[in-house]
Write a protein that binds this ligand. Sequence first.
Ligand SMILES: [Zn+2]
Length: 426
Amino acid sequence: MSDHGLEKRQFGHRARLALNPADALKADDQAHAARTMWNLLHAWWQMMPKEKRTLANADVAIRQARQDIDFLAVLPAQAAQAVLKTYFQAWKNCWDGRSDAPNFKARFRTAMTVDVPQGRDLNVVRVHRRWGMANLPKIGRVRFRWTKDLPVGKHAGKDNRITGARLVKDPLGWHIAFRVQTLEPQPDPHQGPETGLDVGITVPLALSDGEAYGHGEWLTVGEQARLLDLEQRAARRKKHRKPGERTSRRLRHTYDQIAGLRAKAKRRTSDWQHKTTTKIADTYGTVVVEALTITNMVKSAKGTLDQPGKNVAQKSGLNRSISGEAWGRTVTMLTYKLARRGGTLAKVPAPNTSRRCSACGLTTPGSRETQALFVCKNPDCGWTGNADHNAARNILHLYRMGHALIPAAGRAVARRAPRVKPATAR
Ligand SMILES: [Zn+2]
């Protein structure tokens, strides 16, 4: 027993649904209705004078729409309310500068989702070692794969329960993402060592103690060839399509096959990420990473219309590899996995971490001999090693010098230890 007391924990769990074809069609219809509802709401918002854009007015409009338009009635009332809530939240996010303004949702570019905001409506029960069952409004009782112990039945209570869910469709079919809330004993502080972690060019994850985590290609040679073949086939079919002609069933099928292969690669990526981040969080008490803002990097590379960015292609290549390795998701996983084990994740501002020598602290021209090899050109030093490893060591060093960023009110603020020069001036 820990003597630190209990801690509230909220997390999501995604499980695969086993829907029969009729139920899958019902879920499709609900998702399309939810998207239409969003679009109607957006049109309503744009039409309304500013002072009339209130939650109450929007609610009245939604109720009216559900009465007037037949196919909107397939959407459960709670799910319609969830659309309304998400839409208003989207504006709040926009006004607070967290995202762009909400927009219309296009049929084929929008993820198919339906909310089940009330956990008690689901009535989740475990019926088999590998299967659970849940109620979906206006669909009925359905089975889902049981891969995690969820707080249901006699394990459920005020503090341990499923608070809601969202149905999500991907190329594998419909899934259910549960929102779970539990009360757990606070972990003891993690006794593991500190480490710097860098997203590398030659190794996907490099640690400052010389450890590195790599992976193979996400798709086999055969799968890659098949993907290329499918993409070329789709491009060819698309080229021969006359303007205004509908996407043929064949072309649609090819698109589905392409999406299937990409989804396979994504699942393998995420599997690898989960395994490596769990291992890192088990081993180390403090993990230090570079404070990269990936969205900013993509935006700044493109520049603006008046001042187009330089080397856009190269930089977007860099961005692609970062988002390909899904760096942001790795950091998110590490954050919550470390927190659960009593460890911490620290971020440091990291200009020049890949160009500075981690042994003597000097930035000498030409030290980056190849992508992989770092050779310090300082005559008194001459440190040689893997370039990604060098960057990870720099990151850990910055943390030990007191350059960790403290997140404050949603924005990172630099904390500087007294009498230490900023990293750029050293
Ligand atoms: Zn050196």
